[in-house]
Design a protein around this ligand. Structure first.
Ligand code: B12
Length: 211
């Protein structure tokens, strides 16, 4: 079985030690393609989500798979994204209130930092007021909102309202993304752009910053 298939199975099984061992093998090999690694990791979490939907997995199993991803990602991180220093911009990012999913967000944070952006990661379950306060404090160019469950619609609206109330909406562009989040939802709540993966996120940031 090839390395990436073994990687996926270790994640689906929620075996962090095995996922880390395969990650080490991947970094040792010359053929590690970053896009293939990320899509195999996403595919594995997709399968975990399906097992949850069909009642085969419950929260503890999802959490074990998430831990396996986190351990593997900490080893893979230096190999995943091209290091660039020619892009500049200040970005605030976080997962909105009521939502604690962070794997996808953390991948985006790594990709942005590797690209040269200064990133302030506020973590998960972030209240609207904290996003607005940090945007103001660090004079952010972009605010990236991670939203995974569909029930985060209201939380997204609250962040945009908090920016508006603080007089910041005109000076910061907002991008949203995350599993179970859609272009339609993004348009409905009024963010400036929606992105569904690393590539489209980096493209949206470059476009909005004109860089
Ligand atoms: C792992 C997981 C969990 C873990 C999270 C652990 C962690 N540390 O993150 C735990 C167990 C905690 C969890 C809890 C719950 N979960 Co959950 N979870 C998942 C699962 C299986 C994988 C998500 C993941 O990490 N994917 C891998 C990453 C790499 O992919 P990604 O997140 O899509 O990220 C990519 C893009 O979206 C994008 N991106 C991500 N973030 C951002 C941010 C920005 C700004 C941008 C631009 C782009 C971007 O780039 C990333 C890289 O390509 C998904 C299933 C799925 N198919 O996604 C369900 C899923 C998201 N969960 C779901 C649900 C329902 C829940 C719970 C409500 C379950 C419950 N009954 O309690 C709770 C919610 C808790 C809460 N308040 O948030 C549903 C959401 C359904 C919906 N439409 O609302 C899903 C879709 C599962 C399902 N099919 O039912 N979950």
């Amino acid at each position: 079985m090839d390395l990436l298939s073994r990687f996926q199975i270790a994640i689906i099984d929620g075996d962090a030690d095995r996922a880390a061992a395969v990650a080490e093998e991947i970094t040792a090999g010359a053929e590690a393609d970053p896009d293939a690694i990320i899509s195999s990791l996403s595919g594995a979490m997709e399968a975990v989500g399906e097992k949850y939907e069909t009642g085969e997995y419950f929260i503890p199993e999802m959490l074990r798979s998430a831990e396996a991803v986190e351990k593997a990602l900490s080893l893979l991180d230096p190999y995943l994204f091209e290091r660039r220093r020619d892009i500049s911009g200040v970005i605030v990012i976080g997962t909105v209130k009521g939502d604690i999913h962070n794997i996808g967000k953390n991948i985006i944070v790594s990709a942005l930092r590797a690209s040269g952006y200064k990133v302030h990661d506020l973590g998960v379950n972030v209240p609207a007021a904290r996003f607005a306060a940090t945007v103001n404090e660090v004079n952010a160019d972009l605010l990236l909102l991670s939203a995974f469950t569909t029930s985060t619609r209201q939380a997204l609206i609250e962040v945009l309202q908090a920016l508006e109330d603080a007089g910041l909406r005109g000076r910061v562009k907002v991008v949203s993304g995350g599993a179970a989040h859609s272009e339609e939802l993004a348009r409905e709540v009024g963010v400036d752009a929606f992105a569904s993966d690393v590539k489209s996120t980096l493209a949206a940031c470059r476009e909005l910053l004109g860089s």
